[in-house]
Design a protein around this ligand. Structure first.
Ligand SMILES: Cc1cc2nc3c(=O)[nH]c(=O)nc-3n(C[C@H](O)[C@H](O)[C@H](O)COP(=O)(O)OP(=O)(O)OC[C@H]3O[C@@H](n4cnc5c(N)ncnc54)[C@H](O)[C@@H]3O)c2cc1C
Length: 587
């Protein structure tokens, strides 16, 4: 089985297309050059190839093991060793502020490293992903004392963070959280309740774990308005930062899952565990959204990471496996299956989807950086609208694509794809969780239509679509690329998204809810496709002709395979709920 090769050239091109050069002009990134960024991508690529990727199978086979007598959890020693090297190599906290030991890079660049991590070992990549979300929440909401206590070890990777939302009765409905928080005499809080499905909730990789827990204070309002966020360390932390006794939180069970086997998915029991309030009482949902938005982008990225590795495996297999004779083949004997047009269709469908995802995800990260660090408040506000709009697209569409691409890669392998030895089956098993966690994709679609489109009457979406029309007009300048028909498909998709959004803004709740998932899909394909066109324009202006022609070729595939279908989706998205007759379920 070929191991992973970091797609350094594609990543550095996508970083430029997403605007990394503009980000580096911001004061926050003083002292970081484009050469530094390229060096980080290159070096992390090598680390992902040589250290992380070889542990992926060990982790899958070993899984996570709970010692029920102590509550301790262990993962494969190879996985633990790779994590240790990641920490020792100073890779943790790449995008965190330098004040607490972070790398001070744009979150866009940190995301590029995260992509390679997710390709190399998705299950392990979840661990730093959750720490990153915790760091983000503490940077924004922590008191000075909390930042002092928790940020340095979290940023360094010596401690890790978790996100504790889910309870048996509170899944998508976060407002049903029942874990209790009662104030203690010293101003800390006693946390009591059960959390389920907590990723990396217990493990043997770090000195301490800080759980970020949503809980309800006495007399708090019902629903999400009555939730508060607490930092609950696994081991108590003294004022000087030294570690004390174990806190009252324990792993009492591990889930047996379809994939991401080496990521321990824990049932955690909080029994009067000591916690600190983060942010305001009843401000938990806003705080958790800060964490979740960072995590949603990273989960979308897992769709990309898995797809890239699955593609590499499928391409290698298709060049090796021979069957039948391809049309026009002059070589003796059977042809490698890559020479069959239908196999190339599968591979290029994946390849163009991977590029499109990368542009969408990186554009979202760049918008986050601008929203946080641009000096002009108007630019910040505009970038925030953009990031808010793109986040559900990035999370839901890229995770659905991850499953689709992993499935296509398996199909390219034929029967051997269904056999574990080839390793491609692991991609499929791992990819399948991403559309579910961090807000199921159906919930992302509802978020998109309700909060990001209907609430402002479609204004932020129109602003984005107008900008993308500009990119397609730029593409028309490069006649030599012969992409006129494809540019027209992209423009027709943009028009369809605009018309559909206007209809959803006017629709009744049941009707727009019935169309939300289809709308997210058509919007994501359109935006990602137009961002591919933007990359073509960039390559045509600045890259060697072979790169420009490859970018143009992938845009052509995406336009013909995906964008062409978008206008047809308007009718189903706006058909309303009447087609979903409950009587049909049992007719
Ligand atoms: C491996 C794994 C790791 C996880 N890690 C974490 C973690 O670290 N921390 C954490 O807190 N949680 C974690 N989770 C929990 C995860 O976030 C939830 O499973 C997810 O949010 C969905 O909730 P649920 O499972 O209760 O499904 P449900 O909420 O029961 O949803 C079932 C289906 O119904 C749909 N649905 C539900 N409500 C609505 C609605 N109002 N409108 C339309 N459709 C709806 C959903 O889209 C979904 O398709 C993890 C889960 C898994 C499996």
């Amino acid at each position: 089985v070929p191991e992973y090769r970091a797609p350094v050239r594609a990543i550095t091109a996508a970083l430029r297309s997403a605007g990394v050069e503009e980000l580096l002009t911001l004061e926050r990134f003083d002292g970081v050059s484009l050469a530094d960024v390229d060096a980080v991508v290159e070096a992390f690529g090598t680390f992902a190839e040589e250290v992380l990727a070889p542990t992926d199978r060990h982790g899958d086979a070993f899984g996570a093991r709970l010692d029920t007598s102590t509550g301790a959890v262990m993962v494969a020693p190879e996985v633990a060793a790779a994590f240790g090297k990641w920490v020792a190599g100073g890779w943790a906290g790449l995008g965190a502020a330098t004040d607490h030991g972070g790398g001070g890079l744009p979150s866009l660049v940190a995301l590029a490293a995260e992509e390679m991590f997710a390709s190399a070992n998705m299950a392990l990549s979840l661990n730093p992903m959750l720490s990153k979300s915790a760091i983000h929440a503490l940077e924004a909401l922590g008191t000075e004392a909390q930042r002092e206590r928790y940020l340095v070890p979290l940023v360094a990777g010596h401690w890790t963070g978790t996100m504790n939302i889910t309870e048996p009765q509170a899944g998508s409905d976060v407002g049903a959280v029942a874990t209790r928080a009662e104030e203690r005499e010293d101003g800390s809080w006693a946390i009591t309740g059960s959390k389920i499905f907590i990723t990396w909730g217990e493990h043997d990789l770090a000195e301490n774990i800080v759980h970020f827990v949503l809980a309800r204070t006495p007399g708090a309002p019902a629903g999400t308005k009555g939730l508060s966020l607490f930092a609950v360390p696994r081991r108590m932390v003294a004022d000087d930062g030294s570690l004390g006794d174990r806190n009252g939180v324990r792993c009492v069970g591990l889930e047996h899952k379809v994939g991401i086997h080496s990521s321990p998915t824990c049932v955690l029991e909080f029994d009067g565990a000591v916690g600190e309030l983060v942010g305001e009482v009843n401000g938990g949902m806003a705080a958790m959204f800060l964490m979740m938005n960072a995590a949603r982008l990273s989960v979308g990225l897992q769709g990309l990471g898995v797809s890239e590795r699955a593609y590499q495996q499928a391409l290698a297999y298709s060049q090796d496996r021979t069957q039948g004779r391809a049309p026009g083949s002059t070589a003796p004997g059977p042809s490698p299956i890559v020479e069959h047009p239908d196999v190339r269709r599968m591979l290029l469908d994946m390849r163009s989807s991977i590029d499109a995802m990368r542009h969408l995800l990186y554009a979202t990260a760049a918008a986050n950086d601008l929203a946080r660090h641009h000096p002009d408040p108007e630019r910040r506000a505009c970038a925030q609208r953009r990031a808010d709009l793109l986040t559900p697209l990035a999370k839901a569409w890229c995770t659905d694509e991850g499953v689709r691409n992993a499935s296509t890669a398996l199909q390219v392998h034929g029967g051997m794809g269904y056999i574990e030895e080839t390793g491609v089956a692991q991609r499929y098993r791992d990819a399948r969780i991403a559309p579910i966690y961090e807000g199921a994709n159906g919930i992302q679609a509802i978020d998109l239509v309700s909060r990001k489109v209907r609430r402002d009457g479609g204004a932020a979406l129109r602003e984005l679509l107008a900008e993308l029309r500009g990119d397609l007009a730029d593409l028309a300048r490069f006649d030599g690329l012969g992409l006129h028909e494809e540019a027209t498909l992209a423009l027709e998709s943009i028009a369809a998204v605009e018309t559909t959004a206007a209809l959803l803004v006017e629709a009744d709740a049941e009707d727009w809810l019935a169309g939300a998932t289809g709308f997210l899909d058509m919007a994501a394909v359109t935006v990602a496709g137009a961002l591919l066109a933007r990359a073509v324009v960039r390559a045509a202006g600045q890259s060697p002709p072979a790169e420009a022609s490859a970018a143009g070729g992938l845009f052509r595939v995406f336009a013909l395979e995906r964008l062409a279908l978008v206008p047809a989706m308007t009718s189903v998205v706006t058909a309303g709920a009447s087609r979903l007759d409950p009587a049909l379920l049992t007719a």
